[in-house]
Write a protein that binds this ligand. Structure first.
Ligand SMILES: NC(=O)c1ccc[n+]([C@@H]2O[C@H](COP(=O)([O-])OP(=O)(O)OC[C@H]3O[C@@H](n4cnc5c(N)ncnc54)[C@H](OP(=O)(O)O)[C@@H]3O)[C@@H](O)[C@H]2O)c1
Length: 252
């Protein structure tokens, strides 16, 4: 199947490691041009070098903090300039979650306001694309109890509702909007790698909760993100997709 991504202009908010980084790699393999950001320069530079070696497209990489409106604005504006337009926007990064006000503000700023602010800037350019899409990376923590309450699940839930509303409103302007929720996903140095080290019994219980007896891998999530965002998924709009290997015990 041709995903229709050759020469596509793709922006990923938070892509120096983990799910965002692997998503960037698959877009690059498909011939897309990339604009990626992260807060730390070092990881970003490594990612840029690796991504350039994967595909023939261009890679614009710049530091930005999505919790800071001005920093986010600069990145999105300059990224669109560097790409020469925009077809696909992926909002991947998440904020510091927690139970206290700081945690709620941190998650709200990056996850929800980050999405709203990026779309406000990107919408006029996306409207000019023949294949425009926006994808929010959510979490199955918005669907089921993970043993601890925090700002994370509720605000990932807000992103699912936002994707639905924007899919209706922006669909009229030719822009698809969806949310994709990964289940527990392991990668070296990621949050589940740290949990495996710090709390092996809990990690094993999570493995047992998945029918395949293991956590997801980043490429298993990233392939679904790339498909959902691509022109090949042209009839998927205003919805939410779970990619968790059956970890969640919900029906829909
Ligand atoms: N991994 C999982 O098991 C899992 C499960 C369900 C959902 N998810 C969701 O999937 C997404 C990616 O998760 P992950 O585990 O791959 O992520 P991660 O390890 O948290 O990495 C996220 C990426 O975003 C960047 N980033 C983080 N905060 C940022 C900010 N304020 N401004 C700009 N860039 C920022 C990070 O680089 P810097 O640190 O350098 O900024 C990194 O490149 C998140 O939305 C997460 O909630 C993950």
């Amino acid at each position: 199947m041709d995903l229709g991504l050759d020469d596509a202009k793709v922006m990923i908010l938070g892509a120096s490691r983990g799910i965002g980084r692997m998503t960037a790699e698959i877009f690059a393999e498909e011939g897309a041009n990339l604009a990626i950001c992260a807060r730390n320069l070092e990881g970003l530079e490594v990612a840029k070098k690796e991504l350039l070696s994967v595909g023939n497209g261009s890679v614009f990489a710049s530091t930005a903090d999505l919790s800071d409106a001005e920093s986010l604005r600069d990145f999105v504006e300059v990224g669109i300039q560097e790409l020469g337009g925009l077809d696909i926007l992926i909002h991947n990064a998440t904020g510091v979650s927690g139970q206290d006000e700081e945690g709620w503000r941190g998650t709200f700023e990056v996850d929800v306001l980050g999405a709203v602010r990026a779309i406000e800037i990107a919408q006029p350019t996306l409207e000019k694309s023949e294949n425009a899409s926006i994808t929010f990376i959510g979490s199955t923590a918005s669907k089921q109890w993970f043993g601890r309450w925090s700002s994370y699940g509720p605000l990932k839930g807000a992103m699912r509702v936002l994707a639905n509303e924007l899919g209706q409103a922006l669909g009229k302007r030719g822009i698809r909007v969806n949310a994709l929720s990964p289940g527990a996903t392991w990668f070296p140095g990621g949050s589940w790698d740290r949990t495996k080290e710090a709390n092996p019994d809990f990690y094993k219980s999570v493995e047992r909760s998945v029918p395949f007896g293991r956590l997801g891998h980043v490429d298993e999530i990233a392939r679904s993100i790339v498909f959902l965002a691509s022109p090949a998924a042209s009839w998927i709009n205003a919805t939410h997709i779970v990619v968790d290997g059956g970890q969640g015990k919900f029906v829909d």
